[in-house]
Design a binder for this molecule. Structure first.
Ligand code: PMP
Length: 391
């Protein structure tokens, strides 16, 4: 009997980001010197006091099944910081699982989820896995990679269940201003069936003022899910803790899903996360300053390359330059962002992610969550490879 994949997996493959990272790993194993700027994972260590809290929790025997919705102390701290009640918070195995739980808990076949592109690559696949239909709205660089109220109004149908808003955005770094959020909320006022998923996992990594969707659109509170987590700001990608804040009935449905999928997030990681979010906020300022310096380095270097245009990202740790100019200058040989990334990996040993993985072709994503030396070396290789081998 040959292996048979479920039809629910049709069109869903390993994410392009993972594929590129694996290609880079393969080349490394062959002895090639590869510099990867392809992953959204800070090089900085998890803060020592967070690691210590995990040790303590493990030694104190906090190693049993936690309550499905999360360790009460962590849940209570998140609720208190957000100004909501305990039943409005669920802790999950990463922000990714929060999003997956929400989609599994709410979507029926054919329900539509609006996602402004570029979007984090997993959004569309999670929606498909949950039986929904992604509705991708291109938001090019000229509009700051942001959704306009007109676009939103035109895309809403009776089947629309969610609008995904990611601010600051992976991959563009765009942050929606208070007024921009209010204008989108104005459109949603006419469509009470549409909920908002605000993925704010990069909120602490903002280089311009950040306003939470919860704060800018309080009239949507009863149909809003705020997603956040410790992965990015505290360099805790491997600990796998994220959380959702929303109306109690939605949270309850998400906890039901979680109960059957994982029984709840890792107990030790939850105690570590409590130490992170109650720790000295000065740590976040220090880390933001480190990323801000790298951001300046990357944006300047990219804009110095003929054919590349890079807007300074407002937040997160990605640059998302347009390489459209390069593709035309190359006379069509490198006719796409994907071809460019494949060429760059082979020619210069530098791994970037093509924009098409995020629903917006003609761009590439460069993560600057890497040590400055690595970033500088990769940019130098990129520049010299382009000088060496145009057309
Ligand atoms: N949302 C966005 C926008 C992200 O970039 C990521 C991680 N790449 C996640 C959610 C998932 O975060 P976690 O590691 O907590 O699952």
């Amino acid at each position: 009997m040959t292996f048979q994949r479920a039809t629910r997996l049709n069109g869903i493959e390993l994410s392009e980001i993972v594929q590129i990272s694996e290609a880079a790993r393969r080349l490394r194993a062959e002895g090639r010197d590869i510099l990867a700027l392809s992953t959204g994972e800070p090089d900085l260590p998890t803060p020592p006091h967070v690691v210590a809290a995990a040790h303590e929790a493990a030694l104190a025997g906090k190693t049993k099944y936690p309550p499905t919705a999360g360790v009460p102390k962590l849940r209570a701290e998140i609720a208190q910081q957000a100004g909501v009640t305990l039943d409005q918070v669920v802790v999950s195995t990463g922000a990714k699982q929060v999003i997956a739980n929400a989609m599994l808990a709410t979507l029926n076949p054919g329900d539509e989820v609006i996602m402004p592109a570029p979007y984090w690559t997993s959004y569309s696949d999670i929606v498909r896995l949950a039986g929904g239909t992604p509705v991708v709205l291109p938001c090019p660089m000229e509009q700051g990679f942001k959704l306009t109220p007109e676009q939103l109004a035109a895309a809403i149908t009776p089947r629309t269940r969610w609008l995904m808003l990611n601010t600051p955005s992976n991959p563009s770094g765009a942050i929606y201003s208070r007024d921009e959020i209010a204008a989108l909320a104005q459109v949603l006022a006419h469509h009470p069936q549409v909920w908002v998923l605000a993925d704010e996992i990069y909120a602490h990594l903002s280089y311009v003022p950040f306003t939470s969707v919860a704060e800018a659109a309080p009239q949507l509170t009863d149909r809003m899910l705020i997603v956040n987590g410790v992965a990015k700001a505290w360099s805790m990608t491997g600990w796998r803790i994220g959380w959702g804040i929303g109306p109690a009935d939605l949270i309850k449905a998400m906890i039901t899903v979680q109960g059957q999928l994982t029984s709840g997030a890792c107990s030790i990681s939850q105690w570590a996360s409590l130490a992170a979010i109650t720790g000295d906020p000065a740590l976040l300022d220090q880390r933001r300053a480190i990323f801000a310096a790298r951001r300046a380095l990357v944006v300047d270097a990219l804009n110095a390359i003929p054919g590349v245009t890079c807007a300074a990202p407002d937040g997160a740790f990605y640059a998302f330059p347009s390489i459209a100019g390069l593709l035309t200058e190359n006379g069509g040989r490198l006719d796409s962002d994907a071809a460019f990334c494949a060429w760059l990996l082979n020619e210069a040993g530098v791994a970037l992610v093509p924009g098409r993985a995020f629903g917006l072709a003609g761009h590439v994503r460069l993560s600057f969550a890497y040590a400055e030396d690595t970033i500088t070396a990769a940019l130098a290789r990129l520049t010299s490879a382009l000088e060496r081998t145009p057309a």
